[in-house]
Design a protein around this ligand. Structure first.
Ligand code: PLP
Length: 395
């Protein structure tokens, strides 16, 4: 018999599986090209050519023991040093290898840091809408999730509601900018104010509140928008980065944590992340991928492809009468449902449009469209969206 908490998780994920199965069924009837699947955040742009070349180069020119062996649980020192230098060059920071822990993607990094800092029932704040897996990650480390309600239509955090959510059990706050599912980039002003609130509350609690900045979409920003580097505003920031989206490598499972010297209890925190990497069973981030990304630190996938999809979808959907904020980053559009969310998702499905309901992101009454699909898929889906508008708007 499986654990009770796993039964709950199976129940939740079967809804997603059901949607996936439904998509396959519709594809069998209408043909795959006639199903417009906007449900998954799987990059549709290939990794840069340099990534492929680097895989070959690393395999051919690294000795086997280094390439395939165990290492420091935090990762290769030279890779961590290169990453630190690259961040310093971009953001004027002063990190070195001791501030970097290589991780198994952003998911691995979040689980590592939460395991490192949480005592049972410590509270972790998340600002809706957010990536639903955070709830599971916090539960994995026996913490308690506390949700700050969404703040439409801008989806910048409601700072008053945020302040109210903080208690003397608050151990961490997770933010994600550019955001999944809204595509919103938190402004510098928002981050400064949020930091002031956290400073004040940490002093009151006589204990640090860590700000975990989950940044898999950092490089996916459009119209020249700046994504502020959060360690500049708040000393107790831990950054979680991933190459899943920026280099289109989600299956390769590679990312890193940044733990600044200024973070409270730095030495222990960095050591705890090192140990958590080991005891969670990762042991270390994959060695080949570490060496590959070291050679690709200035590369990103061609995000102009997502940008083109973004423009077309946003302009068309708003023209049809749907309400949504124009995303500044990531590859998601978060659209307000003109009718009940479940009915809207169902009606969309009947039109062969696969969307994810806002409930999955703690924000009922919206749907998320992942526009990391081909341009043709976007173009061909537009008559269906027009029909969806006809059937659901002003009802
Ligand atoms: N955080 C957010 C906001 C995400 O959207 C995702 C994946 O979609 C992750 C973390 C996990 O990413 P990774 O593949 O790097 O583990």
């Amino acid at each position: 018999m499986i654990a009770d908490r796993m039964k709950v998780m199976l129940g939740a994920s079967s809804a997603i599986r059901a949607m996936f199965e439904e998509g396959k069924k519709i594809a069998k009837i209408y043909g795959k090209e006639n199903v417009y699947d906007f449900s998954l955040g799987n990059p549709s742009v290939p990794a840069p050519q340099k990534v492929k070349e680097s895989f070959i180069d690393v395999i051919e020119h690294t000795d086997d023991i280094t390439l395939h062996g165990y290492m420091n649980n935090s990762g290769f020192e030279s890779v961590r040093e290169s990453i630190a230098e690259s961040i310093n060059k971009k953001f004027g920071t002063a990190f070195s290898c001791k501030n970097i822990v290589m991780t198994v993607g952003a998911a691995g990094g979040l689980n590592v840091v939460l395991r490192a800092i949480l005592n049972p029932d410590d509270e972790v704040i998340m600002i809706a809408p957010f990536f639903g897996e955070y709830l599971n990650y916090v539960a994995n480390s026996f913490g308690k999730s506390v949700i700050v309600p969404p703040n439409p239509p801008t989806f910048q955090p409601d700072l008053e509601a945020f302040e109210k959510a903080l208690t003397n059990r608050t151990k961490a706050v997770i933010i994600n900018t550019p955001n999944n599912p809204t595509g919103v980039v938190y402004s510098e002003e928002t981050l400064k104010k949020l930091s002031e609130i956290l400073d004040k509350k940490s002093k009151e609690n006589k204990q640090a509140i860590y700000l975990i900045s989950d940044e898999p979409y950092r490089e996916l920003a459009y119209d020249g928008v700046e994504v502020p580097y959060v360690t500049k505003y708040y000393a107790n920031t831990i950054v979680g980065y991933s190459y899943s989206k920026s280099l289109s490598l989600p299956g390769e499972r590679i990312g890193y944590l940044v733990i600044p010297d200024e973070a409270e209890d730095f030495e222990n925190l960095a050591s705890a992340c090192n140990v958590a990497t080991r005891i969670l069973g990762f042991v270390n981030a994959p060695s080949l991928q570490q060496l590959v990304i070291q050679k690709c630190l200035d590369e990103t996938s061609d995000i102009s492809v997502y940008d083109k999809n973004r423009e077309l979808l946003y302009n068309s959907l708003t023209e049809y009468g749907f309400e949504c904020i124009k995303p500044q980053g990531a590859f998601y559009l978060f659209v307000k449902c003109p009718i009940d969310e479940t009915q809207f998702v169902e009606k969309a499905k009947q039109l062969r449009l696969l969307l994810v309901g806002g409930k999955s992101f703690a924000c009922e009454g919206y749907v998320r469209l992942a526009y990391c699909v081909s341009y043709d898929t976007v173009v061909n889906s537009l008559p269906q969206f027009k029909q969806l508008a006809k059937e659901t708007l002003n009802k």
